[in-house]
Ligand binder design. Sequence first.
Ligand code: SF4
Length: 237
Amino acid sequence: MRRTISIPPKYVVPSIDAVLKGQGIPEAVTPDETTTRLAQQSISIYRDHSDPTGIIMEISKPDFTEVYRGGGKNEEETPLDKIYKASDSLALFAVTVGESVSAKISGLFREDEFALGSMLDSAASLGAEMAAQALETFYAGYLKESGRFDSTVGVMQFSPGYCGWHMSGQKKLFQHLRPDEVGITLRESFLMQPLKSISGVIVVGAKEIFEFDDDFPFCSDCDTHSCRDRIEAVLNQ
Ligand code: SF4
């Protein structure tokens, strides 16, 4: 299975609360009128300029072993290494909210509109995450239709650059997936073009394979420990 997917923009529009949280404003704090107006404006600009598109491709375990090995720079032990080996299904993916949003962000910073530019940056990052989530949902639906998904199964995505999977892993991932078909390319630095893009692997398997502790050596440098929420979401799926 290999599909390109155009995601209706209305399904990947972040909420004002999410944008404000992305700006470091805690939920318990009520922002002033100007801040709220800027958040609303950023969402409106995002909505007008986003063009969410993705590509997803199933991959066998032996082929993913090759992709995951990449340039041999991964941490010795990682959550993904254990999880994908115990998984049932794997799919590479890349998704973007498009070039126009990034150009708009750069334009706002050039015009010294830092507050709005920063809000739009948060909105676009959240939109890209929602688009990646949409591909995850698509893959789960595809597996359900073919009888390979039920309530005992969970889904989680991982990306190069996080949780011990070295950023240089992007190279092999791009060679396999070829997301240039939907306009996503890789720079020398392993950053993607458009900037607001996400790539990685969607892993599907028995829920219990996704349970892991956040005590890998690299976890001490992690600001978010977002794996805790992600594991909880899988267990409650
Ligand atoms: S603590 Fe951070 S780096 Fe460690 S596994 Fe969780 S999300 Fe990844």
